[in-house]
Structure formats: structure tokens, C-alpha cells
Design a protein around this ligand. Structure first.
Ligand code: FAD
Length: 244
């Protein structure tokens, strides 16, 4: 299996870095090919705009998706983006390794997705969910959170982690076709003992060793939505195989 780990933490001695290194070690030892995009070490630029492209459709007005469609068809992405797109196309398994920041992705990782998951490369023309460009691949979030499990319970401030990660699981990974593996979540690594941190790493090694059998989350099947009618008056998307 070919594994891409996209790692987003600025500190090489962080717990996230330890998790990334565990993943490289366990998956490599199991015979998988593993590459890491270390976004901070790369100095990855997360801002998505005209800087993505070497081609131009309309120099007067930027329509990001129009430019993406054109660049996808004409090999028009700048080299640093094309490299990441090639890694995405290459992998069978994508692991996003990150700390939860403001209940979401750190900006550098969100920017990697904004730029790399481009129209024509990751989705488009009716290719989403089970018909997605990246169908037959799997993805998993490996995430640390600062708060204890109680804050992420039904009665806690934030509620369960599942709905918090839903925009990533459904709106990003599922949308482009990935089968999404249940996330691996570490609570408060800086607030627990060294022994508990070691236990988390041991559990993560077990998860990784069994990654090919790990349970996946439910994702929509596009065929189930063929009969939908749009009451909003909006036009269907170009190339859509359903009304959406
Ligand atoms: P670190 O603090 O780097 O590491 C924890 C401990 O693990 C350290 O003592 C380190 O030495 C130790 N360690 C490193 N390697 C190993 C190893 N191999 N074995 C054992 N121990 C090791 N939290 C929330 O819950 N919700 C939020 O919305 C939220 N928003 C945030 C927004 C921002 C901008 C920031 C900066 C933080 C936010 N946090 C939030 C907190 C954040 O999620 C946590 O600080 C983070 O998840 C902790 O992970 P870390 O890798 O940074 O831990």
C-alpha cells in the first residue's frame, strides 16, 4: 500500500510529530511505501489564489474553479502544487496528522486541501462521493485535541468529536471519494502522564498495524439522490450525474 501522511505541526518534538514518526515506522515495517508532506518544514504556502496557476483563463476576474478546471486540463499548476497533487494521486491511504485548532484544521493544512483538492484533479464533472476521483482510496484523521474527553462528550462544551470532524470527513475527504476510516483521537497529550502518552502511542501502533481492516464511516451514495428535484431554482452543476 502507498501511504501519504500530511503532517501539520510546527514543532518537531511535539506529540503530533511523535505520532507521525510512529506511523512512518509501523507502516514501513509492514512493507508499505510511506511518504510525508511535512507542511511546516516545507514552508507550504496555504493561500489559494492565482499563485496556484501557470495558466490563465480570465486575467480580468478570478473564478477559482474555472481556473482550476483549465489548469487541470492544461498542466497549468505551479510545480510545488503539482508535486502535492501527484502524491495525492499516488497514495492508497491518506493520513492527516494534526492538532485540533479552533475546532478545525490548522490553516496550513486547510490551505493544503484548498489548493491541492482542485477541480479537475480531486472532483468535478459529477465525480464526487462514491463516483469520486479518489474513490478506492482511504483516508484517516489522526488528531490531537487539547481538551479532556469530558469536554467532548454529549454534556461537554463542544459535544462529541464526530460532529466536529464531520466537515472534514464528509465535506472534504468523503466528497472527493475517500472511504473515511474512523479517526484516531488523542486527548490532552500535554495534560497527561508520560505513561498515558506512551499508552496512546501503543494504541496508535495497533490501529496502524490493522489499518487495512479498520472500520470506515458511512458516506452518501450518489445513486440514492438521482430522483431529487431542486426546488431552489438553482441550475444543476455542469456535468452532474444527479441534480446536484
Ligand atoms: P505537545 O504539547 O507538543 O506534546 C504534549 C507532550 O507530549 C509534550 O510534553 C511532549 O514532550 C510529549 N511528547 C512528545 N513526543 C513524545 C513521545 N514520543 N512520547 C511521549 N510523549 C511525547 N484544543 C481543543 O481541544 N480545542 C480547540 O479548539 C483548540 N484550539 C487550539 C487553537 C490553537 C491556535 C492552538 C495553538 C491550540 C488549540 N488547542 C485546542 C490545543 C491543541 O489542540 C493541543 O495543544 C494539541 O492538540 C496538543 O498536541 P501537540 O502535539 O501540540 O502536543
Amino acid at each position: 500500500m502507498r501511504v501519504l501522511i500530511v503532517y501539520a505541526h510546527p514543532e518537531p518534538t511535539s506529540f503530533n510529530a511523535a505520532m507521525m514518526r510512529e506511523a512512518v515506522a509501523v507502516l514501513s515495517a509492514a512493507g508499505h511505501e510511506v511518504i510525508v508532506s511535512d507542511l511546516h518544514a516545507m514552508g507550504f504556502d496555504p493561500v489559494s489564489d492565482r499563485r496556484n496557476f501557470s495558466t490563465v483563463v480570465d486575467p480580468g476576474r478570478l473564478s477559482q474553479q474555472t481556473e482550476e478546471a483549465h489548469a487541470s486540463a492544461h498542466n497549468g499548476y505551479v510545480p510545488e502544487l503539482q508535486v502535492e497533487m501527484d502524491k495525492l494521486a499516488w497514495c492508497d491511504l491518506l493520513i492527516l496528522q494534526f492538532p485540533l485548532w479552533w475546532l478545525g484544521l490548522p490553516a496550513i493544512l486547510k490551505g493544503w486541501i484548498d489548493r491541492v483538492f482542485a477541480l479537475g484533479r480531486a472532483y468535478g464533472g459529477g465525480r464526487w462521493f462514491d463516483r469520486g476521483v479518489l474513490a478506492n482510496k482511504r483516508a484517516m484523521c489522526s488528531v490531537t485535541v487539547g481538551g479532556p474527553p469530558e469536554l467532548y462528550s454529549d454534556s461537554g462544551w463542544y459535544g462529541p468529536v464526530g460532529p466536529i470532524l464531520f466537515p472534514i470527513h464528509r465535506g472534504i475527504l468523503g466528497f472527493v471519494g475517500f472511504s473515511v476510516i474512523e479517526p484516531f483521537v488523542v486527548h490532552g497529550p500535554s495534560r497527561i502522564s508520560q505513561r498515558d502518552r506512551a499508552a496512546y502511542l501503543a494504541r496508535y501502533r495497533q490501529r496502524l498495524a490493522a489499518i487495512e481492516r479498520a472500520p470506515v464511516l458511512a458516506n452518501p451514495r450518489t445513486a440514492d439522490y438521482e430522483g431529487f428535484t431542486l426546488r431552489s431554482g438553482m441550475r444543476p452543476l455542469p456535468g452532474a450525474t444527479s441534480v446536484f
